[in-house]
Ligand binder design. Sequence first.
Ligand SMILES: *[C@@H]1O[C@H](CO)[C@@H](O)[C@H](O)[C@H]1NC(C)=O
Ligand SMILES: *[C@@H]1O[C@H](CO)[C@@H](O)[C@H](O)[C@H]1NC(C)=O
Length: 339
Amino acid sequence: MYMSLTSLVFIIQCFLICSAEHIIHTPRYSDFGTWGNWEYCPSGQFVNGFQLQVEAPRGEFGDDTALNSIRFFCGPVGGFFNHSNFITSRQGYWGSWGQVYACVDNSTAIGIQLRVEKSQGILDDTGANNLRMVCSDRLVHEGDGTIWGKWLTKSLCPRRTALCGLRTLVESWDRSDVLDNDDTALNNADIACCDVPSPAKSCTPKERWEFVAHCDNTVGTETKECEFESKDDTPNYWTDVTRISKTYKDLGMRIEDDYVDLIKTFHEKLGKSKRTGFDWKAFGGSLMSKKAHLKLKAPPGEKQYLYRLLAKCGIYHINSEYFKIFDEELDPSLTSFDY
Ligand SMILES: *[C@@H]1O[C@H](CO)[C@@H](O)[C@H](O)[C@H]1NC(C)=O
Ligand SMILES: *[C@@H]1O[C@H](CO)[C@@H](O)[C@H](O)[C@H]1NC(C)=O
């Protein structure tokens, strides 16, 4: 009737840290055992691989348990695979740890699928037998489990979230009952999906001048006017084509959803830039460029250069609508602007 102190503490903690979490229940197909604790990757990390503890088939008269335990490997999005960074919930007693399976190309896990045998009545039950992991690149990695039962429907994380935790349902070894010679070990696994923070919030903005056009009047005797018109339909924001960028895209991150955060990051981290003079606080949120019409006026004997301010922040690129004209004597600091 009264809530224990530990469960109250858990609820308060959960209120603080679990808010960005989604629990996915896998289909209930075999229900022997007790649920273990929820275990989570370290904060900011997500599952990127797995390993199974499996008991090999014991032959005609043996008591098979099949899948016993599951390890999930953790890492930051786009980070290196770390063989010693893993989590596990309740574990079974039998079998040995098999091969390590990892999401490839910096992708991250977004779901699982279990192979489970339903209750066999008086015959030998095994519960769960095998696991498949679905990665953000949609590749499915199948574990080295056993073959009884059938593949259940996939349990997948919602958009913009990724796999970050698990709890397992495991039947413990019933030592008290000598006649019950039917252990099943692991029966089921539920997963937790955590919000993947937008890289637009945490990236470090960098600026760079890009050459656009020049007005050459080195041999002229009068002032020369050169006109320049930019296209009005080029994107102001885009993402690069690295594997990490692809992983974010696969997870459902779209520039349309994230550019407001990106603008905020530029406002906060650069403000009025000392390096380029551009006030990022004045930078708007238009996704497409407006048409720019610019005139260069090069005096006799001079050459003028038109540059445009570009920026990069993590996987994101920005075209500003800020241009600058430089004289022939290019500001030596100009060439030092880089990514
Ligand atoms: C790998 O994971 C272990 C355990 O969490 C940690 O102590 C270690 O620093 C990690 N190694 C790297 C290279 O991140
Ligand atoms: C994966 O990410 C790491 C760290 O960000 C990077 O150094 C590595 O090149 C990436 N691997 C691939 C295959 O893209």
